[in-house]
Design a binder for this molecule. Structure first.
Ligand SMILES: [Zn+2]
Length: 59
């Protein structure tokens, strides 16, 4: 088991371009079973993840 800890004083880093993520862009996807959100890096536009609900990155 790995414990989790909230950490707000450092920014996550994009796994593709290594830029610090102070902002994450998202687009809404129209999926058959409802809305999906695709999150991507504003710097290199690499996809970071897909979520079925808004606010995934904010918890
Ligand atoms: Zn990037």
């Amino acid at each position: 088991m790995i414990a989790t800890e909230e950490k707000n004083d450092v920014a996550p880093v994009c796994p593709h371009c290594k830029t610090e993520l102070r902002l994450v862009w998202f687009q809404e996807l129209l999926a058959f079973l409802g809305k999906r959100y695709i999150y991507f890096c504003p710097d290199c536009r690499s996809v970071l993840g897909v979520s079925h609900r808004k606010g995934f990155w904010m918890g």
